[in-house]
Design a protein around this ligand. Structure first.
Ligand SMILES: C[S@@+](CC[C@H](N)C(=O)[O-])C[C@H]1O[C@@H](n2cnc3c(N)ncnc32)[C@H](O)[C@@H]1O
Length: 327
């Protein structure tokens, strides 16, 4: 039997001594067997937390995917192995923290929006798409946007929304009659449409055209903030979070579209934990409100869309509260 297969077999049976010997002999811990599974996936599937630890310590990739798009963490949770799941979750968070640090050190001046802001976008009744038929925003998110609006408008006052898209969250915000409602939008076509549909004439609305990164000096401080951009990365949202202490009033509510790794349940958990950890370091506590979305997401929703950006049954709506004693 090939060494990789022997390693997979030892991982399945939880034979820690054999795993140790194979690792010391240099066996490839990233091996994929005939079914496309790694030793780590086998150990996770059978709940051998110690073996999971040894394999991770030997460099096994925590984020490898099986042919059906499952990671070791998915195998652990699907089979009810909380200990193995916790070890993997911790490894995922640590790895992404390190990767984030490296990305920030090596890519200080990158412009994430790339070509998106220079390309035409297309509006239809149920979606807004970019020049590559990728969905920028879709109507199935309307109930989520209404829930976000409810969360950030719960203390009333001055509200900020970053990213207009189809205006779903902004329409919902208007129902709460905030004192002021500031909207930042960077795409010229979306901005034109905002003007054509009368958003600039609303008494309490102030539109700021530009990338949030470029218009920060025009922003004030707010009681509620929502962040939902497009064509950006986690690192951009993380950068936005560094400005929260200046933008969010004490006691204010912050929320963001939580599409983080929306194609894989385990990666999504890793990123939910990561973002709440990073927000915690800034002085904010994050609560995730579970909202079922399975029923509004039939296959027909994605017809003609190039990238299915959400594949999970539950949406976790983040509600972040600035601590009352912060300045
Ligand atoms: C996903 S949509 C927002 C959807 C919106 N929440 C809704 O309810 O319809 C993202 C929007 O953010 C805009 N956008 C992308 N990058 C931006 C940036 N850096 N600053 C401001 N707006 C940005 C896009 O043009 C797009 O209109």
């Amino acid at each position: 039997m090939e060494e990789g297969e022997v390693l997979c077999e030892a991982a399945r049976s939880g034979d820690s001594a054999k795993i140790r010997t194979l690792i010391d002999a240099g066996t490839d811990v990233s091996y994929f067997d005939g079914e496309g599974l790694t030793p780590l996936m086998h150990a996770a599937k059978h709940g051998h937390a110690d073996v999971v630890k040894s394999l991770l310590a030997a460099g096994a990739p925590w984020n490898a995917l099986s042919p059906s798009n499952l990671s070791a963490g998915d195998f652990a949770i699907d089979n009810g192995h909380q200990d193995a799941f916790d070890v993997l979750l911790n490894a995922g968070i640590q790895a992404e923290l390190v990767l984030g640090t490296i990305a920030r050190a090596t890519n200080k001046n990158g412009n994430s929006n790339g070509d998106y802001l220079d390309e035409r976008v297309t509006f239809s009744e149920d979606r807004l798409t970019d020049g590559n038929s990728k969905a920028v925003m879709m109507a199935w998110e309307k109930p989520l946007m209404e829930a976000h609006a409810k969360a950030i408008c719960s203390t009333g006052g001055h509200i900020l929304n970053i990213g207009f898209g189809m205006g779903l969250v902004d329409m919902a915000i208007q129902h709460y009659g905030p004192t002021t409602h500031t909207i930042v939008e960077a795409h010229p076509d979306v901005y034109d449409r905002m003007l054509r549909t009368g958003w600039a004439e609303k008494d309490n609305v102030k539109i700021i055209f530009g990338r949030w990164q470029d218009v920060l000096p025009q922003l004030e401080s707010y009681d509620g903030i929502f962040f939902d951009t497009y064509g950006e990365y986690y690192e951009d949202m993380r950068e936005f979070h560094q400005h929260l202490p200046a933008l969010l009033k004490p006691g204010g509510i912050y929320s963001f579209f939580n599409g983080l790794c929306g194609g894989n349940a385990f990666f999504h958990v890793v990123y939910c934990q990561l973002v709440s950890l990073e927000l915690c370091n800034l002085g904010y506590s994050t609560q995730f409100i579970p909202l079922p979305v399975k029923d509004c997401l039939g296959e027909e929703v994605w017809e003609g869309v190039r990238h299915k950006y959400w594949q999970l049954d539950t949406y976790y709506l983040p509600v972040c509260q600035a601590s009352l004693d912060s300045d």
